[in-house]
Design a protein around this ligand. Sequence first.
Ligand SMILES: [Zn+2]
Length: 372
Amino acid sequence: MKASALLLCLLLSLGAAAQFQDSLSAPNLFIITIDGLRWQEIFHGADEAILKEGGYVADTTLIREMYWSNDQEERRRRLTPFLWNVIAHKGQIYGNRDYGNKMNVSNRYKFSYPGYNEIFTGYADTRFIPNTPVLNENTNVLEYLNKQKGYQHKVAAFSSWNIFPFILNEKRSCIPVNSGYESLDDTDPMSQMIDSVQEAIGNKAHTRYDELTFISAREYIRKRHPKVALVAFGEADEFAHHGQYDRYLRSIANTDRMIAELWYEVQSDPFYRNNTTFLITTDHGRGRRTRTWTDHLFLIGGSREIWMAVMGPGISPLGEMKTDQVLYQKQIAATIARLLGQQFECEHKVGQCIDLPGIAPEISGGIALDRQ
Ligand SMILES: [Zn+2]
């Protein structure tokens, strides 16, 4: 080996060691959102009444073979196996209203922009902001984290929906937000391959294929090792709005598989292993009925009903939460910060951090955050 190559190897291994040290010194967090995925599919699996309705499924026999079982626990496991085989054994799942365990959206609108605003700013803004490219004035927890010691320049976001750079105010927050069909713009062959696939997609819609969002995020995560990463999936909501229950179910199953791959990736990488938490949630619910499940808005009953799953070091393996309680979407931002030992404060009110049972005392702290 030439001296220069030896030096390069030494520098690279020192870099890797520094990265590893970094990982040990401060925990990592992946936030995963799945747009408009109902708690009903999470906890009940495929919905019999919607399957029977006829118009929502192209091949009912096949979809039933894939996702149906008369046993509810088996049925939901068929749809989201990673959630019920792994997260239910290692983490906590909130929002099963059958047990009175509720999680609600606080904002009055119950659609995506206000929902993601509430998740990331901890603030249920009363201003009406439609699902359009409007720069969000509210400070979000990702940009807050990006300014904290150990997390500077180590926060990144990937989304299928192309409005995220505005919701997270990429311009102001300085967090890289790879969104819609935005390219990775990197020189390595894998990134270039992903970019060329994206370029080849005709009729680009405002929501990128979730698979492309996933592989873009995975590539970045492998290479850059962000300590906080958002992966925001969007297809489920699109299929639901189109009344395609079969494609909605397949999208949910696909997303579960991608989350499983991401967890495997994380657990097999020394930088992340045993020091990374996954927090998974949704921006809004949808209608409860066979006629209304396709949509969500303040007038459609069920639109405020959401869920959340969390798994990682210090989180007690309580699985499906059955305690009678009501949690709110606006509490997620402070919870994200707390999982990293931080306290989220900014110019607006922030919902109280969720008291996750079993979280290590040094993380859960004792700081009163209830300011609204
Ligand atoms: Zn929607």
